[in-house]
Design a protein around this ligand. Sequence first.
Ligand SMILES: Nc1ccn([C@@H]2O[C@H](COP(=O)(O)OP(=O)(O)OP(=O)(O)O)[C@@H](O)[C@H]2O)c(=O)n1
Ligand SMILES: O=P(O)(O)OC[C@@H](O)[C@@H](O)[C@@H](O)CO
Length: 437
Amino acid sequence: MQGDTTASDRPCDPRCFLNSAGGQDEGNTGHGAVDFPVAVVLPAAGCGERMGLTTPKQFCTFLNRPLISYTIESFEKISWIKTIVVVVAKESHELMLHIVKTFRHTKVKVVEGGTSRHRSIFNGLQVLTESTEGSSLPRPKVVIIHDAVRPFVEEDFLLKITLAAKEQGAVGAIRPLVSTVIATTSESYLDHSLERAKYRASEMPQGFLFDIIHQAYQLCSEFDFEFGTECLHLALQYSGTNAKLIEGPPTLWKVTYKRDLAAAESVIKETLSLSACLISGTMAETVELASKVQKNLAAHDMAVDVFSCAKEYKELLLSKTRNFIQITVGGGRLSDIAELIKLLEETNHALLYPVVIIWVHLYMSEEQSHRQKPDELTPIMDLAVKAKQGNILLYGIQVIHSKVPELWEKSAERLSELTAALIRDRNPAFTGQLLQA
Ligand SMILES: Nc1ccn([C@@H]2O[C@H](COP(=O)(O)OP(=O)(O)OP(=O)(O)O)[C@@H](O)[C@H]2O)c(=O)n1
Ligand SMILES: O=P(O)(O)OC[C@@H](O)[C@@H](O)[C@@H](O)CO
């Protein structure tokens, strides 16, 4: 298609957009390249009819957080984006303010939506014009418009869209069509089909010079407002600006049906499972077990950093991982776990994503495990109940050291399998349980 700029169409790698979740260092690709004010408008005033739920899909939650909060976070962590205007229905205004407060979103301005997506977007643009009474928001040079129900957007693609919008006036993300587009007769027969290779799906984000898109909305017809679905069309029709088209990654999909919500949760869980910190202690057996687990988890695509003791917690937290494994020996050493939970709570580490702690209890022999008094381990349940209130999921796994290398290897493998499953699934139902490796 004329004007296509094809970006790399790499397979959907979860590490590419949720830096803060996956333990990756947050990129800052745009620093310096964007020397002009950029604002974002997130239309979120729809009712989500196709989702078939009473709660509008942008407020549906997974992993204890509403969908819209994930989208806001994708933009919030970008240093060169200064303002995020979230457009919600009047009846959702208080809920949106509560979400902003609960998840400590910054840069967010909440405004009231309209009866159609275009009306909502226009309301969002209006609040960005200096001429609006009481508008405390700076008029942006470029505005990014992005459906609030598209949570996976990457900084490097947003940078491409923003720089292209500054140069071209209007730019849109596109993706190859999956199904062929056909026209039907009034009796629901095939009228004709379009040559799929010549067409693309229009996705989000889209970027515009603010004045171009604001003018287009000021001039557009009531019909456009009521029935239109394409901002690029308004820029062409009413501001004479033909949008540049950039092929985006497969992660730009919009949450529309219930299955999309499950898919979004699964993508985020996969991202959260990419890294872990393992606190091994200093005993030869615990250090050896830690090394076996680290090697086995690498086969599960999980990068594990091993720390020898608690005093390195501070450094450990800087890694941004949401998964912690602590090996202890002998009598119940839950005090170390309690200390880690306290630190995670003090640093709000579990604010945006549930944190997993796996307490690995190593018995040095079969006899020692039989001597263990049940009441020495039951406190894990109490600790887990308290930790869950802070979005921290505590699990216990018991493992017995064996002097027989094959048996010891097998135990380490079982421990690694259990650890990977608990981290991947983050199922609250198993918190406080003591599993056997
Ligand atoms: N009056 C409207 C309608 C839609 N949107 C927003 O536009 C985005 C994309 O629209 P869509 O996926 O169609 O959302 P809904 O209209 O809520 O879904 P449905 O068509 O299934 O009702 C969503 O974030 C939606 O909240 C909006 O801000 N104002
Ligand atoms: O509200 P709807 O889901 O119908 O429209 C959203 C999409 O049309 C829109 O986000 C892209 O096609 C880009 O315009």
